[in-house]
Design a protein around this ligand. Structure first.
Ligand code: PLP
Length: 397
């Protein structure tokens, strides 16, 4: 089907809730995608950071196929092997915890919020309030939306869920002041993604941990975007040497296959007894088989190392470009989660990159964002930076 015919189908039959780029993707392989008219692009959006092994990784596809030949769906009325094995793997690479599986990042956040309130209720405390950060993004369902600290996402959806308080990101004195006897949990993205790629200073995460411990408050790290190796360690909070009580995951976990997970230390997860929380498809055999293969591949191919090294080098090169391009205000990032803040709207540069066969996107109107796959090669990164430079030149000339 030609691009223009597909766009017409969408116009007539698909909800218009996305501001899509005018590009229809027909097939993809690794760092590359082909549109419906056969044009090839290098993709550093990668399904909004989900495809950590690149597009359609063959071993993940094989694992899904093999699992589909045995069992596609059984529900959580039963035990299934991939779910048990995936939980064990996730605990092995994170912190002493138990896992609950759902289908998306927003659902992971919903589960975390519910668990935090249930935990305090079980402990006979009246704590229910969740402290969240300005500029944060946690998803579009009501609980996750209420935690999200960006007003533009709230518009038209009032009333939101009560009991959420927003404070400036990475400001420990503001966090201290916000804590009351009603505080149940603090939710932090160790690296804010949709907010424009802002990493919390490690000291802040450590201080937040101490504050929560002192006051009996649960610390939730939302690692839906920055987790699963994206920053060069399995989870971004590991750079700071702290552990959360609850962590949310999705995106990269399935390498492109939809899956979400919420991990909580055992004493906390115990508050989710039978019947308290559930999902028909959560932890389904196909999703868990995909995630198991993703974890195995990241380990075997030493992709954490590649992410850390390539990320460091790329951020260094981008910072060097700042002297050539005054429109670059700041280059931020950790590992292969990279933001380039411009002093003007970024869509002009994004569109020029796409015209030249390089897909990136823009958040917060002026932050160019790149999510290369964790197995990105030097040659691919060179190609991306070369095209970006050309697009920046055109933007200023
Ligand atoms: N949390 C964070 C940090 C995210 O970046 C996102 C999505 O961008 C979500 C939650 C919501 O995830 P999903 O779109 O899978 O519901």
């Amino acid at each position: 089907m030609k691009n223009k015919n597909l766009l017409a189908l969408y116009k007539k039959y698909v909800a218009h809730n996305y501001g899509r780029l005018p590009l229809s993707i027909a097939r993809a392989d690794g760092a590359w995608v082909w549109d419906t008219d056969g044009k090839k692009y290098m993709d550093f959006v990668q399904g909004l950071a989900a495809n950590i092994l690149g597009h359609s990784p063959k071993n993940v596809a094989r694992a899904i196929n093999a699992q589909a030949g045995k069992l596609v769906h059984a529900s959580n009325l039963f035990y299934t092997i991939p779910q048990g094995e995936l939980a064990a793997e996730l605990v092995k690479i994170s912190f002493p915890s138990k896992a609950l599986f759902i289908n998306s990042g927003a659902e992971a956040v919903e589960s975390a919020i519910k668990l935090a309130r249930k935990y305090h209720s079980d402990n006979g405390s009246a704590r229910y309030e969740i402290i969240a950060m300005d500029n944060s993004f946690h998803g579009r369902t009501y609980g996750a939306l209420s935690a999200t600290g960006q007003k533009k996402y709230h518009k038209g959806f009032a009333p939101l869920v009560p009991g959420f308080k927003h404070i400036p990101f990475a400001d420990i004195s503001k966090l201290k002041k916000a804590v009351t006897k009603k505080t149940a949990a603090v939710i932090i993205e160790p690296v804010q993604g949709e907010g424009g790629v802002h990493a919390a200073p490690f000291e802040y995460l450590r201080d937040a941990r101490k504050l929560c411990d002192k006051n009996g408050i649960l610390l939730i790290f939302d690692e839906v975007q920055c987790g699963m190796g994206r920053t060069g360690k399995w989870f971004a909070h590991m750079h700071a040497g702290v552990r959360p009580d609850i962590m949310t995951l999705a995106k990269g976990l399935g390498g492109g296959f939809p899956i979400g997970a919420m991990l909580a230390r055992p004493g906390v997860m115990d508050s989710f007894g039978p019947g308290t929380h559930a999902s028909t498809f959560g932890g389904g055999p196909l999703a868990c088989a995909a995630a198991l293969e993703v974890i195995k591949t990241v380990r075997q191919k030493k992709l954490l190392q590649n992410t850390a090294q390539t990320g460091r080098e790329t951020i260094r090169r981008l910072r060097e470009m700042q002297s050539e391009f005054k429109i670059i205000k700041e280059v931020r990032g950790m590992g292969l989660m990279i933001g380039i803040e411009l002093n003007r709207p970024g869509m002009g540069v994004v569109n020029r990159c796409i015209e030249k066969g390089f897909i990136i996107n823009c958040v917060q109107d002026n932050v160019l964002r790149m999510f290369p796959p964790l197995n990105v090669t030097k040659a691919q990164m060179n190609r991306g930076l070369k095209i970006l430079k050309e697009a920046l030149w055109q933007e200023i000339s």
